[in-house]
Design a protein around this ligand. Structure first.
Ligand SMILES: NC(=O)c1ccc[n+]([C@@H]2O[C@H](COP(=O)([O-])OP(=O)(O)OC[C@H]3O[C@@H](n4cnc5c(N)ncnc54)[C@H](OP(=O)(O)O)[C@@H]3O)[C@@H](O)[C@H]2O)c1
Length: 272
């Protein structure tokens, strides 16, 4: 993580700031970033804590140095024609849009100096996120500036190519939903053994948190951790015999399906 608190470019626009935009803003706020250079532009005008919120680009003021695209991919063609008129030579665009490729963004925003894709996940809100970064035209200075800006939110690697960037999205971007489902499934299993929902949900969450922290602290592989729990012919080993038959295939299929949906979104955003 960066030791110094980075500064947001002045001005920074968030075009759309819903769940993910606000997770990023919340993470930056708790990291102590000065949010005064930021403006949110969103149709509802709903306030975003700590950031000036407006409903039109004209109200946002002078064109931004950094523009974060925080709306849904399906909104791109509705938003791009007007927004592109506000994009000038010195503007860096950071797109959060799942699936939409840099080439498609470049077609919509030809005047931008740099186009960057960022794929964050929800734990950025508590500064334990993953944020993959990719660009085919960012210079070293911009790469460093953005790496510093996203570092306070978690693990923020620059990816070497767009396919690998998409792979991070399919695993880490969507991952909190998969992990949440796993915790819910553990909860249901505990309830089925007669535990109250309160106890079941707490032990499920604490087990996942504790295992994650154990792995992070001790540096053991997941296999070593599993083997340290499962004694030969014991209770855990009996359970793993069932889980191991299905889990790898299930997760692979889950990530493959998410990747395919990403490709569909990419395809839909391509201009002929
Ligand atoms: N959620 C995740 O975990 C996650 C992870 C990785 C990437 N992403 C990406 O992040 C982006 C946002 O996702 P989200 O989950 O934050 O969606 P969301 O909660 O639905 O937020 C969408 C935002 O877009 C705004 N918007 C709608 N129409 C607009 C317009 N014409 N001009 C400007 N803003 C407009 C909305 O403003 P109003 O509320 O004012 O209507 C809202 O602030 C998506 O592209 C998604 O692929 C999300």
């Amino acid at each position: 993580m960066a030791t110094e608190i980075p500064r947001l470019p002045e001005p920074t626009w968030f075009v759309g700031c819903g769940n993910m935009g606000q997770a990023i803003v919340g993470g930056w706020r708790s990291a102590g970033l000065d949010l005064s250079p930021a403006v949110v532009i969103r149709p509802s005008g709903l306030p975003v804590t700590g950031v000036r919120t407006v409903t039109t680009y004209a109200d946002a003021g002078i064109p931004a140095r950094l523009v974060v695209l925080g709306f849904k991919p399906q909104k791109l063609d509705e938003i791009a024609p007007e927004l592109s008129e506000w994009i000038v030579g010195g503007t860096t665009i950071v797109s959060l849009l799942a699936g939409v490729e840099t080439a498609s963004l470049r077609q919509r925003f030809p005047a931008a100096s740099t186009i960057v894709r960022a794929m964050p996940n929800m734990p950025v809100a508590i500064r334990r996120g993953v944020i993959a970064l990719y660009s085919d035209d960012a210079d070293d200075k911009t790469r460093l500036e953005l790496a510093n800006l996203f570092a306070p939110l978690g693990f923020a690697p620059w990816m070497a190519d767009e396919a690998k960037f998409s792979a991070v999205g399919a695993v880490a971007g969507s991952g909190p939903a998969y992990v949440a489902r796993f915790i819910a499934a553990l909860t249901k299993a505990a309830e089925a053994r007669g535990l109250s929902n309160e106890i079941a949900s707490t032990i499920a969450l604490e087990t996942v948190l504790g295992t994650g922290w154990l792995a992070a602290a001790g540096g053991e592989s997941m296999d070593e951790i599993a083997r340290s729990v499962a004694s030969p012919n014991g209770t855990t080993e009996a359970g793993l015999e069932v889980l191991d038959k299905a889990l790898d295939r299930l997760i692979l299929e889950t990530v493959d399906t998410s990747t395919r949906r990403g490709r569909q979104l990419a395809e839909a955003a391509r201009l002929s």
